[in-house]
Design a protein around this ligand. Structure first.
Ligand SMILES: Cc1ncc(COP(=O)(O)O)c(C=O)c1O
Length: 401
C-alpha cells in the first residue's frame, strides 16, 4: 500500500478514513507462527478488541487464527465472521455470571479471572471446561493503564491465592483445561516475559487435565524507524524450548497459546485525515485536521506517538507542527513534529493506526465515526461505511414537552 494508493482511498471514500493493509496482517501472523515453529501445537487467538471489523476477523480466521474475546458481543462478532466457537476464547474481566453462562452456552472456551465466579460457575457447571487467568504479579507494560499483571491490578486470580483456587476446583470437581496470564501491553524485555512464564509453569503443575497454556500477549511493536520492539524471534526460540521441556515434565503435549492484538494489526493501519486549517500562533504552527480524539484517542490516553506524514506533498521542506483535532477540548495528536510543509487541504497519514484506534472511536461532539477500508489484493474494499446523521440520532428518544 503506497502513498498513491492511500490518496486513491481518500478520493474514493473521503476523509477521515482508516485503511488496513491485509498483506501486513498476514506477514505478522506468519512471523509469529515461524518464531514458535519448534512448538508442536501452537494456537494464536487474535485479540478482537484491537480491531474488531468482521472482514479483518475473516482474514485472520482464514489464515488459521482463533479469536480472543472479552465480551459477549465480541464472541458474536467472531461467530458472524464464521469462526467456530471451539476456536474462540472468552476472557472477560468483572462481567456477570449471566454473561459467562451465555458465552459457555455458545460453546466457546471460558476463561475465568476471579474466585467468586469460579466457585459459582464450578458449582453450577462442573463439566464445562474452564481456563483460569492467573495474575503472576509481574510489573510489565509500557503504561500504567496497560500494565495488568502487577500486585495492584484488578486482573486475574492472584498466584498467592493458589490454595483457595485449588480448594474450589477440588470441591466442585470442575474441569480446568487451561491456564492463562496476560501481564500487560508493550513488554520490551523478553526476560520479564520468561520470568512470568516460569510462574505460570509452576501454577500449571497444580492442574492435571490441562490442554493448553495461554501466555497472553503484550508484544511491543515499533512506532517509528529504529524503535525498540519485542524480539519475537528470540522470545519464540527461548519460550518454545522451555515450553517443550515443561510438556515433558508434565507428561503431555500441551498447546501453547497467545492472544496478540497490536502485534498482528497495529502496523497494518493508516489513519488518513485532511488538514482544515493551518494556524500560526505566537508559539507554534497548528495543523488542524478533520478528526480528533473521538476517532483516535491513543495519543491522549496513552501518549502514543504515531508517525505523521504529509502524503499530499511529501517532498516539501520540513517544518515543525503541532497536529491537533477539531474537538472542543485539547486534542493534540503530536507536538513539535517535523512534517513536510503543510497546506490546507493536504492529507496527513498517521501510522500504527490498526490496533485500538477505530475500536476505541466514539461519537463525541456528535461526529460520525470514520469509514474503514481493507487494502486487499491490491484493491480498496470498503469494510465499514462512514456513519451519518441517522446513526447519531438512531437510539435517541425525543419526548413530548
Ligand atoms: C487479556 C488480553 N489479552 C490480549 C490482549 C492484547 O494485547 P496486545 O494488543 O498488547 O497484543 C489484551 C489487551 O489489552 C488483553 O487484555
Amino acid at each position: 500500500m503506497n502513498r498513491k494508493d492511500l490518496l486513491t482511498v481518500v478520493d474514493e471514500f473521503d476523509s477521515p478514513v482508516y485503511v488496513y493493509d491485509a498483506a501486513i496482517i498476514e506477514a505478522q501472523y506468519k512471523r509469529l507462527n515461524k518464531a514458535f515453529k519448534k512448538v508442536k501445537q501452537l494456537k494464536i487467538n487474535y485479540a478482537v478488541k484491537a480491531l474488531s471489523n468482521i472482514s479483518v476477523l475473516k482474514l485472520l480466521s482464514a489464515m488459521g487464527s482463533g479469536m480472543d474475546t472479552v465480551s459477549i458481543q465480541e464472541v458474536r462478532l467472531a461467530m458472524e465472521a464464521g469462526v467456530s466457537p471451539d476456536k474462540i476464547i472468552y476472557t472477560p474481566n468483572g462481567v456477570s455470571m449471566e454473561e459467562i453462562e451465555k458465552a459457555a452456552g455458545l460453546g466457546v472456551q471460558i476463561n475465568i479471572d476471579n474466585l467468586s465466579i469460579l466457585e459459582q460457575f464450578g458449582t453450577k457447571h462442573p463439566k464445562v471446561p474452564v481456563c483460569i487467568r492467573i495474575n503472576p504479579h509481574v510489573m510489565a507494560g509500557g503504561n500504567t493503564n496497560i500494565s495488568v499483571g502487577h500486585i495492584d491490578s484488578k486482573f486475574g486470580i492472584s498466584i498467592h491465592q493458589m490454595p483457595h483456587l485449588k480448594r474450589i476446583v477440588e470441591n466442585t470437581k470442575m474441569n480446568i483445561n487451561g491456564i492463562h496470564m496476560h501481564t500487560g501491553s508493550d513488554i520490551l524485555d523478553i526476560d520479564v516475559f520468561l520470568y512470568a512464564s516460569e510462574i505460570l509453569f509452576e501454577a500449571a503443575k497444580n492442574f492435571h487435565n490441562l490442554e493448553f497454556i495461554d501466555f497472553g500477549s503484550g508484544f511491543k511493536v515499533p512506532y517509528k524507524e529504529g524503535d525498540i520492539e519485542t524480539n519475537i524471534e528470540e522470545l519464540g526460540e527461548k519460550l518454545s524450548t522451555r515450553f517443550n521441556s515443561f510438556c515433558k515434565e508434565y507428561g503431555k503435549e500441551l498447546t501453547l497459546a497467545f492472544e496478540p492484538g497490536k502485534f498482528l494489526v497495529s502496523e497494518s493501519g493508516k489513519f488518513l485525515v485532511k488538514v482544515n486549517v493551518v494556524k500560526q500562533t505566537t508559539s507554534t504552527v497548528f495543523a488542524q485536521v478533520d478528526s480528533g480524539f473521538n476517532h483516535l484517542i491513543r495519543p491522549m490516553l496513552y501518549g502514543s506517538q504515531h508517525e505523521i506524514e504529509n502524503i499530499s506533498q511529501p517532498k516539501g521542506r520540513e517544518r515543525f507542527y503541532s497536529v491537533v483535532g477539531y474537538i472542543c477540548e485539547t486534542d493534540t495528536f503530536a507536538n513539535n513534529r517535523r512534517i513536510a510543509e503543510i497546506s490546507e487541504g493536504d492529507i496527513l497519514s498517521f501510522s500504527n493506526a490498526g490496533a485500538y484506534c477505530f475500536s476505541m472511536a466514539s461519537n463525541y461532539n456528535s461526529r460520525y465515526r470514520p469509514a474503514e477500508v481493507l487494502w486487499y489484493k491490491n484493491k480498496a474494499h470498503l469494510i465499514r461505511k462512514r456513519e451519518n446523521f441517522e446513526d447519531i440520532a438512531r437510539n435517541q428518544i425525543s419526548i413530548e414537552l
